[in-house]
Design a protein. Structure first.
Length: 537
């Protein structure tokens, strides 16, 4: 391969692959249809794949970003025609600045009938002038010059917008390409004929690395991604940095949870699904009201929603009444909402549908015991808690077992470290990957959970022996949802370490109750069927 040009060497440096590039990508994605066949020139962190939801994605760079990356220096070598077969759009976001001959690259794309979505920090934008000397770029054009190059290459312009006052974003199409097949810009909504699929907005505790919530989002995504493009409503202020690279965020559109205009910014919104886990009363209430105002169907699914002690039953009633469909995770939750005058379906936990990884590096070991300790404020975790966990570790080892930590979120891992317990046992660290976590559970002899629900849900669905250690400390008591769900799944609950170890004296704890598990799965499948009908109207 030829040596990359000086501009391209600069282009590959880490400081250029910053959060601003992702914001620019999201901005550009507003104006392009999803499901297109895209080649991403200068792919970098592959924001285009995450933000554009393409049906075909071809990443191109002169640095190996992942195993799919096709390597080339477009200044030195024309793009191979085979790379452009059936491609509809090429993206060059933040790339033209580093090309010695942009027209040649553009002409190669246009000659193959490929549209071009590009950005450029033009010198005649007032806010871009100060940044230009430090940007490492090798050319300085104004807006008219860039548009002239596009015309010379064989393109006509579809739109031009300015991002954050300092970069221009264009869509150019070659002759013979209908811009309406690529972008809805400028088309009346009521007359638009579109090939894009409808979108489903999903809200929950997303992007935080809590394995249970990530499992819920994965199963929701897989239940609807065959018929809808998924928009993940994420509270980006609390999200884990880099969550956008996790599956399935990397193939979803991402919207900030406070963006109430999401239902106005996109055509063909099929519905809003608020779902999964122990969501508090009123969660995503602004999105729910915005969806209703836009005439978008709404559903709350797979949640607990018990009334807080001293809480207002009227507030709970008014919130739940906003939804067209309501599915509760447990019978206790169903009865709780019924008590405030709202009818809901008794369903189950979304994660019962989660697929299990089949990595060849893991094999079943009956001696390995997964220990999950839910994070709590340190003020609650006195020395009695630490000694109880230490006794559990020692007791399992005395009985010939090999306990290991299986933190279900970054906070679980952090608290183990703050209690000086992290080095007391080996650790499996993959909380961002629910399928892998489920395989770890499935290949273990048993799971002991101290306060976490989803290790038990994973164990239930894989029929792995499991028990809930409910109260290893007087200051820490199990959440109501834990009790409700372990009863529904037929999982053993014990109050003390000695009671837990007594099961290991007899061998292993029992797995979940097969009949109860089958009933829960059937209710979840029924929930999915009802939601499909709601969001297909």
């Amino acid at each position: 391969m030829t040596k990359p040009s000086p501009g391209l060497r600069r282009w590959s440096e880490a400081e250029d692959l910053a959060a601003a590039a992702e914001r620019r990508c999201r901005f550009a994605a507003r104006f392009l249809r999803s499901g297109l066949r895209v080649i991403d020139l200068g792919c970098g962190r592959m924001d285009v794949e995450r933000c554009f939801a393409p049906s075909v994605y071809v990443p191109v760079d002169h640095v190996q970003r992942d195993s799919r990356t096709r390597l080339i220096d477009p200044d030195a070598t024309p793009l191979p025609p085979a790379w452009l077969d059936r491609i509809q759009v090429a993206t060059m976001l933040g790339v033209i600045e580093y090309l010695t001959d942009p027209v040649a690259v553009m002409r190669g794309l246009a000659s193959r009938g490929v549209a071009l979505l590009a950005s450029y920090r033009a010198v005649d934008l007032p806010s871009s002038k100060q940044a230009i000397p430090a940007a490492g770029r090798i050319n300085t054009f104004d807006v008219a010059a860039v548009e002239g190059m596009a015309r010379t290459a064989g393109y006509r312009q579809t739109f031009r917008y300015v991002f954050e006052g300092e970069q221009v974003v264009w869509l150019w199409v070659p002759d013979g390409v209908d811009p309406g097949t690529l972008s809805p810009v400028g088309l009346p909504r009521r007359q638009e004929v579109t090939r894009s699929r409808s979108r489903l907005v999903v809200a929950g505790f997303l992007g935080r690395g809590n394995c249970g919530d990530e499992a819920i989002f994965q199963t929701i995504h897989e239940a609807f991604a065959d018929s809808h493009d998924i928009v993940a409503a994420v509270d980006e202020h609390g999200a884990f940095r880099g969550f956008w690279d996790w599956y399935p965020y990397d193939r979803s559109r991402i919207s900030h949870q406070g963006n109430l205009a999401v239902f106005e910014q996109h055509d063909r919104i099929a519905g809003l699904l608020v779902g999964g886990g122990g969501l508090p009363c009123g969660f995503a209430g602004g999105l729910v009201d915005a969806a209703r105002a836009a005439g978008v169907p709404t559903a709350l699914a797979g949640v607990d929603l018990t009334l807080p002690e001293g809480g207002s039953s009227r507030a709970l009633h008014d919130y739940l009444a906003r939804f067209d469909e309501l599915f509760l995770r447990s019978r206790a939750a169903t009865e709780a909402v019924s008590a405030v005058g709202i009818g809901g379906h008794h369903a189950g936990d979304w994660a019962l549908r989660l697929e299990t990884d089949r990595g060849k590096d893991l094999s079943f070991s009956p001696r390995r015991i997964a220990l999950v300790v839910r994070e709590e404020p340190l003020e609650r975790l006195g020395w009695d808690f630490v000694t109880a966990i230490g006794s559990l570790l020692a007791g399992l080892r005395d009985r010939g077992h090999e306990p290991f930590w299986l933190p279900f979120c970054p906070e679980d891992e952090r608290v183990l470290g703050e209690l000086a317990l992290l080095g007391a046992a080996p650790m499996e660290r993959c909380w961002w990957n629910p399928r892998r976590m489920k395989q770890v559970v499935a290949t273990s002899g048993a799971v002991v959970s101290v306060g976490r629900l989803h290790p038990l849900v994973f164990a239930a669905s894989t029929r792995t022996p499991a028990l809930l250690l409910a109260a290893p400390s007087q200051a820490v008591r199990p959440l109501p949802k834990l009790h409700d769900m372990v009863v529904e799944l037929g999982i053993v609950t014990v109050a003390t370490v000695n009671e837990a170890l007594a099961y290991f004296d007899r061998g292993l704890p029992p797995p979940s109750n097969a009949d109860r598990l089958a009933d829960s799965r059937a209710r979840v499948d029924d929930m999915v069927g009802r939601l499909r009908r709601l969001f297909s109207n």
